[in-house]
Design a protein around this ligand. Structure first.
Ligand code: PLP
Length: 393
C-alpha cells in the first residue's frame, strides 16, 4: 500500500449523511426477522409490529414536543417536504382559503422543486422572499409578503449548504398572527440544535433519520393536529390516513432509537463541535488566500463550516481533497456534479467568481481535533494546486 491508500480517511460530510449509530442498528434488528409482521395486520404478528410502531410515534413525538398522533413516518426528508407542501396547499385551495405561497430562494430542492411544481402545474402564486448576505430571511419581509390569499409559508431551520440558522420562531409568530400555515424543513438540525415544534411555532416540520445517525430512506413529517391536509399519495389509510403505504417498522424503530441517541448528547456535542468548527474557520482563513466564510459566521449550526474560494472550481477542490483522503462537499449532496454556481450563493449576492468555489465541511459526533488539523494542513496546499492547475491524479 502506498502512503495515500494506507492513510486514515477523514469523513467531514455529515450534512450529506451520518453513519448509523450501533444502538440504532441493534434496535432495528429484530424488526427484520422476528417481529416482521405488517403493522396493519389484525393477527398477533401484526399487533406486535403495531405496538412497536406506536411506541416509535410516541418517542419521536416526545422528542420534538409533539403528540404521537401528529407524527407521520415517511420514506425520507424529501417525501416529508413534498407531502407537507402539496398536501397543505391543495387542502387550503379546496377549502377556498387562497392560492398564495411564500418561500425562500435558499431552500433545499425538496422544497424548492415542490413549490415550483405547485406554481407550474397547479397555478399557485409564489412569492420568493429576499435573503441577506448570510442567506437569512427577515421576518418583517414575511409580514410584508403576506396577502389576504396567502395560505402557506415555508422556510427552513438550518441551511444545508451554508449552515445559517433562519429565524424560524419569529417567522412562525408572524404566520400565526396572520392565520397562515407555517412549514419548516428542519432536516439538517436535530443532531446539533434542539427542535421543538411549539418553541418554533411551526404547523408542519420535516426530518430525515439519516441526518441524525438513523437509517437512510426514513423520514418524519410532523403535522399539527387540525392542520388542513390532503394526502397526495393515495392508497390505504396508514399513518392515520396521511401517508399511505405499508409502514417500514424497522425504520420507524430506528428513527426513534436515533432521536434518543442524539437527545442524550446534543448539547455536549454541539459545544464540542462549535469549538472544532471555529478552529477550522480560523485555520482556513489564516492560511488560504482569497477565502471567505459563506453563511452566517455565528448564527449557524454548530457542526457546519462553509467557504467560498475565489477563482477556483469547488468540484475540482473536492476531488483534490478526496485524493488526500478527506471527504467534503461543495454544498447540497444533491447538486454535486453541477458546474453552475450554486443558486443559494447567488441569491445571497456572492459574485460568480467566488460562488463557483463553494466548499462545505460538516463535522459530526465522530470528528476529532486531529481531523480538523489535517484539513487545516491539507486544504491550503490543495487550493494552491487547483489554482495553479498542477493537480495530479
Ligand atoms: C435541508 C434538507 N432538506 C431535505 C433534504 C432531503 O432529505 P432526504 O435525503 O432524506 O430526502 C436534505 C438532504 O440533504 C436537506 O439537507
Amino acid at each position: 500500500m502506498d502512503n495515500k491508500t494506507s492513510r486514515k480517511r477523514i469523513y467531514l460530510d455529515y450534512s450529506a449523511t451520518t453513519p448509523v449509530a450501533p444502538q440504532v442498528v441493534e434496535a432495528m434488528q429484530p424488526y427484520f426477522t422476528e417481529t416482521f409482521g405488517n403493522a396493519s395486520s389484525a393477527h398477533d404478528f401484526g399487533r406486535n409490529a403495531a405496538a412497536a410502531l406506536d411506541e416509535a410515534h410516541t418517542v419521536v413525538g416526545c422528542a420534538i414536543g409533539a403528540r404521537a398522533s401528529e407524527i407521520v413516518f415517511t420514506g425520507c426528508g424529501t417525501e416529508s417536504d413534498n407531502l407537507a407542501l402539496r398536501g397543505a396547499a391543495l387542502a387550503a385551495r379546496r377549502n377556498g382559503k387562497g392560492n398564495h405561497i411564500i418561500s425562500s430562494p435558499v431552500e433545499h430542492h425538496a422544497v424548492e422543486g415542490t413549490v415550483r411544481q405547485l406554481h407550474d402545474l397547479f397555478g399557485f402564486d409564489i412569492t420568493m422572499l429576499p435573503v441577506d448576505g448570510c442567506g437569512r430571511v427577515d421576518p418583517d419581509d414575511v409580514r410584508r409578503a403576506i396577502r389576504p390569499d396567502t395560505t402557506l409559508v415555508s422556510v427552513m431551520l438550518g441551511n444545508n449548504e451554508i449552515g445559517s440558522q433562519e429565524p424560524v420562531k419569529e417567522i412562525g409568530q408572524v404566520c400565526h398572527e396572520h392565520n397562515v400555515l407555517f412549514h419548516c424543513d428542519a432536516v439538517q438540525a436535530p443532531a446539533y440544535l434542539p427542535v421543538d415544534v411549539n418553541e418554533l411555532n411551526v404547523d408542519m416540520l420535516a426530518l430525515s433519520s439519516h441526518k441524525f445517525y438513523g437509517p437512510k430512506g426514513s423520514g418524519v413529517l410532523y403535522i399539527r393536529d387540525g392542520t388542513p391536509y390532503i394526502p397526495t399519495l393515495t392508497g390505504g389509510g396508514h399513518e392515520r390516513g396521511r401517508r399511505p403505504g405499508t409502514v417500514n417498522v424497522a425504520s420507524a424503530v430506528g428513527t426513534a432509537a436515533a432521536i434518543k441517541y442524539i437527545a442524550a448528547q446534543r448539547d455536549e456535542q454541539a459545544e464540542r463541535l462549535r469549538g472544532l468548527r471555529d478552529r477550522l474557520f480560523e485555520g482556513v482563513l489564516a492560511n488560504v488566500p482569497d477565502a471567505r466564510i459563506s453563511g452566517h459566521p455565528r448564527d449557524r449550526m454548530p457542526h457546519h463550516a462553509s467557504f467560498v474560494f475565489k477563482d477556483i472550481d469547488g468540484e475540482t477542490l473536492l476531488m483534490a481533497l478526496d485524493v488526500e483522503g478527506i471527504a467534503v462537499s461543495t454544498g447540497s449532496a444533491c447538486t454535486s456534479g453541477n458546474p453552475e454556481p450554486s443558486p443559494v450563493l447567488l441569491a445571497m449576492g456572492i459574485p460568480r467568481e467566488w460562488a463557483l468555489g463553494g466548499l462545505r465541511i460538516t463535522l459530526g459526533y465522530h470528528t476529532t481535533q486531529d481531523d480538523i488539523d489535517a484539513v487545516i494542513e491539507t486544504l491550503p496546499r490543495c487550493v494552491e494546486q487547483v489554482r495553479s492547475a498542477v493537480l495530479e491524479y
